[in-house]
Design a protein around this ligand. Structure first.
Ligand code: AKG
Ligand code: FE2
Length: 349
């Protein structure tokens, strides 16, 4: 006698995200595959256009197919990341009251400052997300290519007497990432079959926030708790530096949680919602989460790259046309970020 589907298959897991999207996955258990490509990006520094295009075509395929890829040979010195991680640990080791001096609630409407442990419940799980984070924003004075280095930044920082050298260590890593992200934006322009400089005006004063995260080892079951619940990122693309501890998982189109295992000296790059909107879904902003069941503390440092708040997120011309109209309302980048930051800080998701 054949069994019915309800007897054999567990009920689908369904979650509504901050961007309004509802997702379903087959199983809460993650799998290891080689679905996330590793792209050697050394060619983006070549003086030959054909070398730059060769990298861009790999980026095009990955951004369209899965929305996630690793980059290696990116040119950013790993020693600077090591120092940033050392200072991240020092920050998270501070007493709670010191960290709460830079509590994100002190900056309404902006996603900067300290986000305490078990503060959010992005997927409405039984227990809140087991992570804490510190976010900071773009600072023109730490951007060697800034048009106006005196433009103010919205970040808040612990005072130097609390954690000497912290801010400097964070920007020492942020600045080379910013320079790499500018390069990679040109690669993305080529990947969309646009002139290489198509987005240059959008990133003179970019939205370039960064965060450090700490995930204690989780003992609760994956059905009860996440480190960071399923979500998509807000901006154009994100570049995550992982330490050696796994935990990041990517939702494949088939509904499987795929492990993004740490790859030494790589960044994990993922497409975020603004780029998906502008490319009319040609690039996919893929759902991801972190569950740290490794038995070890995990630290990560995502860098979020987006267009200037004042710019209008117009559709990319190669991604719209007759029979393929723009699917999203057009708004400024700032309007979209404000909407998402408000949703994220409500913390219900
Ligand atoms: O910690 C990670 O690996 C990813 C974190 C993340 O997805 C985020 O902060 O948006
Ligand atoms: Fe994310």
């Amino acid at each position: 006698m054949s069994q019915t589907a309800t007897e054999t298959a567990p009920p689908p897991n369904t979650v509504t995200l901050q961007n309004g999207q509802t997702i379903t996955f087959n199983s809460n258990t993650s799998i290891s595959t080689d679905e996330i490509p590793i792209i050697d990006v050394a060619g983006i520094y070549s003086s030959e256009l054909c070398d730059r295009v060769a990298v861009a075509e790999q980026v095009r395929e990955a951004a369209h197919r899965i929305g996630f890829f690793y980059v290696v040979n990116h040119g950013v010195d790993p020693a600077v990341a090591d120092t940033a991680f050392e200072y991240a640990k020092r920050f998270f080791d501070l007493p709670e009251e010191r960290k709460m001096e830079v509590y994100t609630g002190k900056v309404p409407g902006e996603y900067v400052g300290y986000h305490p442990m078990e503060h959010y419940n992005r997927n409405g799980w039984k227990r809140k997300d087991l992570s804490e984070a510190f976010n900071w924003a773009y600072s023109a004075s730490h951007d060697p290519e800034a048009t106006d280095p005196s433009a103010p930044s919205i970040s808040i920082w612990p005072s130097d007497s609390v954690l000497p050298g912290f801010k400097d260590a964070m920007y020492a890593y942020h600045t080379p990432l910013l320079q790499f992200a500018r390069r990679l934006t040109r690669t993305f322009a080529l990947a969309l079959h646009l002139p290489e400089d198509a987005f240059d005006a959008y990133i003179q004063q970019p939205e370039a926030g960064m965060r450090i995260l700490h995930y204690p080892a989780q003992t609760a079951s994956v059905d009860e708790q996440n480190g960071i619940g399923a979500h998509t990122d807000f901006e154009c693309f994100t570049m995550v530096t992982q330490d050696g501890v796994s935990g990041l998982e990517v939702l494949s189109k088939e509904g499987h949680w795929v492990k993004a295992k740490p790859v030494p000296a790589s960044f994990v790059v993922n497409i975020a919602d603004c780029f998906m909107r502008q490319t009319n879904d040609f690039f996919v902003s893929t759902v991801h989460r972190v569950v740290n069941r490794s038995g070890r503390e995990r630290y990560s440092a995502p860098f979020f790259w987006g267009f200037d708040r004042r710019m209008v997120l117009e559709p990319v011309e190669t991604c719209v046309g007759e029979g393929n109209p723009m699917k999203y309302p057009v708004m400024t980048a700032g309007e979209y970020y404000a909407f998402r930051a408000r949703k994220a800080k409500e913390g219900k998701y």
